[in-house]
Design a protein around this ligand. Structure first.
Ligand code: SAH
Ligand code: SF4
Ligand code: F3S
Length: 476
């Protein structure tokens, strides 16, 4: 899953028909008329996707979104606990909300997501301004928690569930470009990577009913969306069992069902776990042009001893074999990764193994971190966090420098090639240029031309490349 750390502010591109629905419900039910909520999201795509579920639940209560926190009745922050820094960012934002609340005393503040789950009611003790603490499986209780908080009762619901997938909730798309959308296909994680807090904050893994996934993707396509990303902490272990017939649907089959909706609907997915990605998945990707040739396959470390300590359940050889299979079955596939520098007891030679596996895999890009001990995880209990911060940072710099070199070299190879690109909108820097991605998930910037618009496909020839972006021109 791609970690993000920027705040997401709501914009006005929320689906009009949904706003219409909310309006009708307000009229009929006389609920919370005219109330507004403001939400910021941190962490992985899963959290951003959850915020869209929260927006839908609040919509049903008569709350509409606003991008201005000073004008809102309810301020929500959907939080991440993955590294200490992620939690520090959230604490800083809470200080900003303090000020808004001082000026508008009735404003309610809710902490959602992984930090809510990790800290539970401790958060209410530590953060006086917080009125609600709501874990990732408890969003259906928001109406009650908001009502209680309005009456002055602070509330916590951090119950984790074995069943909750929010399958019946139609997310309200926030910050949407109208072209690409995320669909959660599963929740939780059953892997116990020793460094990772996610199994504690998100609970047991469960897969969402596949027909509700296909229905959501179909509805998006009918509204003009042209790309869906199927989300889960470990999508390759998706497995849904029909309780009546005992029939099962695995990830490869689910991906095929979504790909068959329409050839113009691109399918992406994230995240794949190296131990679970099967040849069946790779062959399904190769079979459908609209399943994008891009796999996020986090390696974490290139050394087998460290991988064992991390409890990743694969070793260096296994990972290399999976990379070879990907390039054999899908020759033009791009692979990206996550790396952790300076995990407990990592030696310089073991760090070199991470650098050499990066060379081997030729990642198009990576998310790179230094190890941050998380309370309660297996690593925190069993191993000493013994690599000095300067060493962690220096190793991370070496990893980043190498990734930049690899990305640059890879991107240079794209010069002169032509790609089918899905236009996502205007480029950030100029409204004279479009931005869009190729199948390999690389962003390409190119001058506008003719009557094309966001959501259209076009053929773009790459003319220029840096380590981060490709530039090109439309080929008629
Ligand atoms: N399910 C996803 C991981 C989500 S967390 C997967 O398996 O890829 C995203 C990334 O954060 C992880 O891949 C890992 O590289 C990083 N990460 C997780 N815990 C961390 C920690 N304690 N310190 C540093 N990085 C961490
Ligand atoms: Fe964390 Fe591992 Fe699960 Fe990913 S697969 S969320 S790294 S425990
Ligand atoms: Fe995602 Fe952060 Fe939670 S990465 S699952 S929001 S701890």
């Amino acid at each position: 899953m791609e970690p993000k750390s920027s705040a997401t502010l709501m914009d006005k591109s929320i689906d009009e028909s949904k706003q219409g629905d909310v309006f009708v419900k307000e009229q009929m039910l006389g609920k919370e008329q005219g109330k507004r909520f403001y939400i910021e999201s941190y962490g992985c795509q899963m959290n951003f996707s959850d915020s869209e579920i929260v927006a839908s639940i609040l919509g049903d209560m008569g709350y509409s979104p606003t991008p201005h926190m000073e004008q809102s009745d309810l301020i929500l922050i959907n939080t991440c606990s993955i590294r200490e820094k992620a939690e520090d960012t959230v604490r800083k934002r809470l200080r900003v909300f303090d000020k808004v609340k001082a000026e508008r005393p009735g404003t309610l503040v809710g902490v959602l997501g992984c930090m809510a789950e990790r800290l539970k009611k401790k958060l209410l003790e530590q953060e006086q301004l917080v009125d609600m603490v709501v874990g990732p499986d408890a969003y259906r209780s928001l109406p009650q928690l908001v009502a209680d908080a309005s009456g002055g009762d602070k509330g916590v619901n951090v119950l984790l569930s074995r069943e909750e997938t929010y399958a019946d909730i139609n997310p309200i798309r926030l910050n949407s470009n109208g072209v690409t959308a995320f669909i959660s296909i599963m929740r939780g994680c059953n892997n116990m990577c020793s460094f990772c807090i996610v199994p504690f904050t998100r609970g047991r893994e469960r897969s969402r009913e596949p027909f509700s996934i296909v229905a959501e993707a179909t509805e998006l396509f009918n509204k003009g969306f042209r790309e869906v990303t199927l989300l889960g902490q470990n999508v390759d272990s998706f497995l849904w069992k029909n309780p009546e017939t005992e029939e099962t649907v695995n990830f490869a089959q689910l991906m095929e069902m979504v790909a068959l909706i329409h050839p113009d609907l691109r399918v992406r997915f994230s995240t794949s776990h190296p131990k679970d990605i099967t040849d069946e998945v790779l062959h399904t990707m190769a079979k459908y042009e609209n399943i994008c040739n891009y796999i996020h396959l986090p390696v974490q470390s290139g050394n087998s001893r460290v991988l064992k300590l991390m409890n990743r359940t694969y070793d260096r050889e296994w990972y290399k074999e999976r990379v070879e299979s990907i390039y054999r079955i899908i020759p033009d596939c791009a692979i990206s990764s996550d790396m952790i520098a300076g995990f407990c007891t990592e030696t310089e030679e073991e760090h070199q193994d991470t650098l050499s596996i990066m060379e081997f895999a030729q990642y198009s890009m990576s998310y790179m971190f230094f190890y941050s001990e998380r309370p309660g995880t297996l690593a925190a209990k069993k191993f000493e966090d013994d690599i000095p911060l300067e060493v962690k940072k220096r190793r991370l710099q070496e990893i980043i420098r190498l990734q930049n070199q690899i990305s640059f070299k890879q991107n240079q190879k794209d010069i002169g090639k032509t790609f089918k690109v899905l236009i996502e909108g205007d480029s950030k820097k100029s409204d004279q240029d479009f931005k869009g991605r190729n199948s390999q998930n690389k962003m390409i910037i190119f001058p506008k031309n003719g009557g094309l618009k966001a959501g259209d496909y076009c053929e773009v020839k790459v003319t220029n490349a840096s380590s981060a972006t490709l530039k090109g021109e439309i080929i008629q």
